[in-house]
Every structure is written in C-alpha cells, then in structure tokens.
Design a protein around this ligand. Structure first.
Ligand code: GCV
Length: 611
C-alpha cells in the first residue's frame, strides 16, 4: 500500500540510483528490479512515440529519444499493475502537452490550493533539486512535455526571467527538466520593452521589434531548447497591443517572429474580455468576447503562434459549453486550456475528478486542437496537490493529453488508484465510484443547469448568489421573481450564433438545448417544465438537496475506508470530506433560500427551506 505523498503514482521508482544515471538508465534499473529485462532501441524518427514488444530475452522498447522514456515508464506501470505491457505504436494526440503554473516569485501561487511555489520564494528562485527531479519524473511518466513556471500575470521580478538577471537560474532548472523531456515556457510581460527603457511596446515599432529579437537571442543562448513564450495580453489589466491600437495578430506576431529563428513558439492566450462592464448594460455579453476578439483574425498569425483558448467561453466554471472559438479559425494553430487548479471547483478540499469534463469537450469537438495546456493544481504541500485525491487530475490530464479522443477516464482512474494505493487496495471500487460521481455531486450543490458565478467574489469559494451580480466582471444571471438566466439565443445576446449551424440550432431552442446548460443559454421562468416533468425551480431545489446528500455519502464512504488507509492519510482526507459536507450544506441552504425568497414557492417534497 502506498500513500507516500512524495511518491504519488510512481511506486516503482526508488531513490537508490546514482544521480549520474539518466532517467532512462534509472527506469531500466527499476525494470530489472521488477524482473523485466528491457532493451531500449532509439529510433529518432519516432520522436515522442513508442512501441513495446516482447521477444525471447525480454521486452524491447522502440521510440524516439523521449519516446523510449515514455515507453519505459509505461512498461513499469503496466508491470506494477499486472497489465499486459505490449502495445502497437502509441503516439500522443497533442504535440505540446503543457502545464501552466501560476506561481509568483514571492512564493505565492495565484489560485493555488496546495501550499506555495516549489520554484520561487522571497522574489528569487528557490528549489530543491530532488523535488524538481521527482517532478520531472511525474511529468514524463504521464507524457507532459512543457511547463511554464511563472504566472501569466507577470509581476516584478518575474518579468526579468528573460533578462541576464535571472536567465542563469532559468538555465539551471531547464537543465534538470531537459532530462525528462520537459521544455520550459516563459510567461512574458508584453510591456517589457517599456520596463527596460523604451518609451513604447508598440508591436509595429522597429525599436520594439529589435528589442525582442535581441532579448530572444539572449534567452536562447542560455536555454537553446526553450519551448517559447506564453502571453496574457490586454486582459484583466495586463498590457497588450490594444494599448497601441494594434490587433492581437500584430501583437502576437511581434514575439513570434523573434522566436521563430530559434524554433520557439508563441502561445497567446485568448482570455480577453471587458472586465470593466456596467451590469446595467445588457448589450455586452462576456462569453462572446474571445470569439469577437479573435475569429476575424484567422489566417493572420505567424505559423509559430498558438492561440490558447479556455475550454469554455467564461472561465473554468463547473459547467460551460465548449468555447465557440475552438470551432472557428481553421487556419490558426490552437491549444485548449483546462484548469486543474480547482478555483471554481472545490479548491482541492471538495472532491472533483475532472475527466468527465474533458470527455464532454472532446466528444463534442469534431477536431481536436493541436496542443493542450492545463493550469496546474500543484504546490509545495507534502502531497503536491492539497487533497491527495486531486493528484488524479494531474495524472489523468497527462494521459488524456496523450490519448486524445481515445481517452478513457474510468480506466485511467483505475490505473491511478492502483498505482497510488497499491494493486491490492481493497477499497478500489468504492474509491473509484466516489471519484467518478464527484463532479456531478459538486455541480448539484453549487452550479445547477449551467448557472455559474454564484460564488464569493475574489476567493471564488463558497456560495454568494449575488456576489458578482452588480460587479464589473460581466458574469450575471439576472435572477428576479419570475426568471433566471441569460437569453443568449438569436433573440437575446446572439452568443449562440457563434457556433456552427447545427449546434447553434440545438442550443437556440430551450426544448432541444441540453438541460444541464439551460440557464447558461436561456432566461427561463421558474415554472418551466423540464423533460422529466419537474418545474425548473423544483429541479434547482432537488439538485441542491441531492448534492448535500451525496456529499454526506462521500464522507461516509471515506469513513468506511479507514481500515484500508494509513492513519495519516485517512485523517487528512477525513478533514476534507467533513469540510465538504459543511460546504454542501451551506450551498444547499443559501441557494434554496435565495430562490425561495424570490418565488415564495415551497419545495414540493416539503423539505425545509429557510426563509
Ligand atoms: C491568472 C481568472 C482567475 C485569475 C487568472 C485568470 C486567467 O480570472 O480568477 O486568477 O489569472 O483567470 O486565466 O488569466
């Protein structure tokens, strides 16, 4: 049984190999210790792909330089789990499989729920080589091949990560990650030219172009395989090309051209919206923003620009439709961005296994983007992720990034449980069912029928039905005594028309719109009759009560697993499940009361709703 947090899902890796061993050599030793004779056959052309075969002498792993490492970890994993390791050639669905840290150099993590940064502290680099090596193994073992360490909101001194001041440190850490096939990305501040002495950051100004060329040359002299830059521009008070009346193609191309000679990519986030909206103004609809800012620029980006689009049009709510921008811009390279950090999804206290969300997105998109990114859920907590069970999201994300549409979130969860708790863990079915139902449970008590944002402002934890209602972030539900939700149909804000025709038709009509997103797409009366005959209001009440009951059941289930878990880990989880029940009760009571006070319609089943 293994719940040693440091080890996470890599139980077969021990620390006895000399440091001079490469990760591949290390994996071969581990394989030997597991009784497998494995030969590694590097075939450069295979790149990240690998193939595991068996002959009279043992296993042969064919692959590119990175591919053999992925293959070796896969073989270890399969042997540990007692599964058949041989496979035809397997190659990743996405080229770049990225993790974005939102770590600030003061050590805090924006939206971090697992302690502080393991890269930075007190405005400088501060990392333990052992931990970073272990992290490299974790990433390689699930196929992740690029990370950004610093927050997309680039604060001083992180803007100096691409200057002489900090590049020697960036180089040192890049050298550690390189061995695990992980390349670094730097989040850069669009206004760096101004910070460093120019009077403008205008992308069409030749001095700015020369500035970036020189800066990028310098960076690559330290880190020749840097993956590229990540940029959040013109969003949430960040500087960007709009400051100079330039569009985002002009803005992105500036950096992309500087990176191109070095083989670097420019990852440009599409999270751009008006965050100074007047709630009185119904003419602006925030989910329309990404499409409006970018779709018309298709074909105007350099070929090493990757537009990074959040999975939904808002901001990582519990349930959102797929961002319409992901269907658009066929001539532009895109990356889809998910958030493992549980900002709106329980903050690594409430249980939330994310695979169901990824399935919904992938099932719906006709073609996957070329690249994928996720905001990490990691920090320097002993168990990496705050809630130990939240580790599953990182592992599964890596697997999903590898498997693409073939991803099986149930099998991957089974594997993670086996690797983390041991193949003989007696409670694996119970744990699996807890985790598989966790998203639906959380959705029921926090965010029904596509209603999001009813959270405490800023912290984004706990209920506050009108917390954002009169604020400037553009996230309204406009509930009154008869209706709730926003009409985004062709008669409303027109958001739905950003989708391809068939989908737009489906969403446009409340009768065909998926009910779980009804109030995202439509403004509906409380007495609207849902498909199962309940009124919409009754469905809201029922969901909240059910969510609370299911949270209580999660706690009971965890308590029933006490005998199978080490005491420390059991108690760690127990405190979280107890908190989750309190949270669910708070959500249930406050949200039901909110709607009851508007409607004065009691629960049809006579349960207590406070007035
Ligand atoms: C890094 C949301 C979060 C911010 C985050 C932003 C983003 O607004 O609350 O903390 O900033 O998304 O994705 O850039």
């Amino acid at each position: 049984m293994l719940l040693n947090a440091e080890k996470c899902w890599l139980p077969f890796l021990s620390d006895h190999c000399p440091r001079t061993f490469s990760p591949v050599e290390e994996a071969r030793v581990e394989l030997e210790e597991m009784g497998a004779n494995a030969r590694l056959q590097v075939e450069e052309s295979m790149q990240d792909a690998y193939r595991i075969e068996k002959d009279g002498e043992g296993y042969v792993i064919y692959g590119g330089e990175k591919g053999v490492l992925y293959g070796a970890y896969q073989l270890l994993e399969k042997m540990y789990l007692g599964q058949c390791p041989c496979c035809g050639e397997t190659k990743p669905a996405y080229g770049l499989r990225m993790l974005n840290h939102w770590d600030n150099m003061n050590g805090q993590i924006e939206r971090g729920y697992a302690g502080n940064s393991f890269f930075f502290k007190d405005s400088r680099f501060c990392w333990e080589e052992e931990r970073i090596r272990f992290y490299g193994r974790m990433l390689a073992s699930c196929g992740i091949n690029a990370i950004s360490m610093n927050n997309v909101n680039v604060h001083y001194p992180a803007d100096r990560l691409c200057t002489e001041e900090l590049l020697p440190e960036v180089k040192k850490i890049a050298d550690v990650f390189r061995a695990y096939g992980v390349r670094l990305i730097i989040s850069v501040d669009y206004a760096l030219p101004v910070t460093l002495g120019l009077d403008t950051a205008d992308p069409l100004d030749e001095r700015v172009q020369a500035f970036w060329e020189k800066q990028v040359d310098l960076i690559y002299s330290y880190v020749p395989d840097l993956c590229g830059f990540l940029v959040k521009a013109d969003s949430e008070f960040r500087p960007g090309p709009y400051m100079y009346k330039r569009n985002h193609a002009e803005g992105a191309n500036l950096l992309a051209r500087a990176l191109k000679p070095h083989g670097g990519v420019l990852i440009w986030r599409c999270f751009v919206y008006n965050c100074r909206q007047d709630w009185r103004d119904h003419s602006i609809d925030r989910p329309k923003a990404a499409y409006e800012n970018y779709a018309h620029l298709d074909g105007q980006f350099e070929d090493n620009v990757i537009l990074q689009v959040k999975n939904g049009p808002y901001d990582f709510q519990v349930r959102e439709p797929v961002s319409p921008l992901l269907y658009a811009m066929p001539k532009t390279c895109k990356s889809i961005e998910f958030q493992l950090a549980q900002e709106y999804t329980g903050q690594q206290i409430d249980l939330y296994y994310m695979a169901p969300v990824w399935h919904e997105v992938m099932d719906q998109l006709p073609a996957l983007p070329l690249h994928i990114a996720a905001v990490t859920n990691l920090g320097n907590d002993e168990n990496w992720t705050g809630h130990t069970l939240a580790q599953a999201n990182l592992y599964a994300y890596g697997r999903m990034a590898w498997q693409g549409k073939g991803f099986d979130g149930v099998q991957v969860l089974k594997d993670w449980i086996g690797l983390t708790f041991g193949p003989d863990f007696t409670e694996r079915d119970r744990l699996e069912s807890m985790m598989l139902s966790s998203r639906s449970t959380y959705e029921k008590y926090t965010a029904n029928l596509g209603l999001g944002w009813m959270v405490t402002p800023h912290s984004h934890y706990g209920p506050d039905a009108e917390g954002y209602e009169y604020d400037f972030w553009g996230t309204y539900h406009r509930a009154n005594c008869r209706f709730v939700g926003i009409d985004r149909s062709d008669k409303g804000t027109g958001y739905i028309q950003q989708y391809p025709e068939e989908l737009a038709r489906l969403y446009n009509d409340p009768a065909t719109c998926p009910e779980k997103m009804l109030l995202f797409f439509h403004r509906m009366p409380y007495d609207y009759v849902m498909k199962d005959g309940r009124t919409m209001l009754q469905r809201l009440y029922d969901d909240h009560f059910e969510g609370l009951a299911e949270a209580e059941k999660l706690l009971e289930d965890w308590q029933a697993m006490e005998h199978a878990l080490p005491e420390k880990d059991y108690l760690h989880g127990l405190a979280r499940f107890q908190q989750q029940v309190k949270n669910a009760r708070n959500w249930c009571d406050r949200m039901n009361t909110y709607f009851y006070r508007f409607t004065l319609i009691p629960d049809a089943r006579g349960r207590r709703i406070y007035d």
